[in-house]
Design a protein around this ligand. Structure first.
Ligand SMILES: [Zn+2]
Length: 74
């Protein structure tokens, strides 16, 4: 008589014998996908500040190009 190895699903914290299932410590395929999505979101967070940094950065060269255009015109 082996006692069921109860574990908590890392995503929804539901108790159950999830390790004997096909989705590892997760209770369902959906919870496994949610956990994968968390990792992907963290990767996206790194590129988020880069895109918001680009917006003010694109404004500056435009001003420089304007004054440079006037000078080359003279
Ligand atoms: Zn779950």
């Amino acid at each position: 008589m082996a006692p069921p190895r109860k574990v908590k699903c890392p995503t929804c914290k539901k108790d159950g014998d999830w390790f004997s299932g096909r989705y590892g410590p997760f209770c369902s395929y959906r919870c496994k996908l949610v956990d994968l999505g968390k990792w992907l979101n963290e990767e996206n967070k790194i590129s988020e500040p880069l895109t918001s940094d680009r917006i003010p950065d694109l404004d500056k060269p435009a001003e420089h190009l304007d004054s440079a255009d006037e000078q080359s015109d003279n």
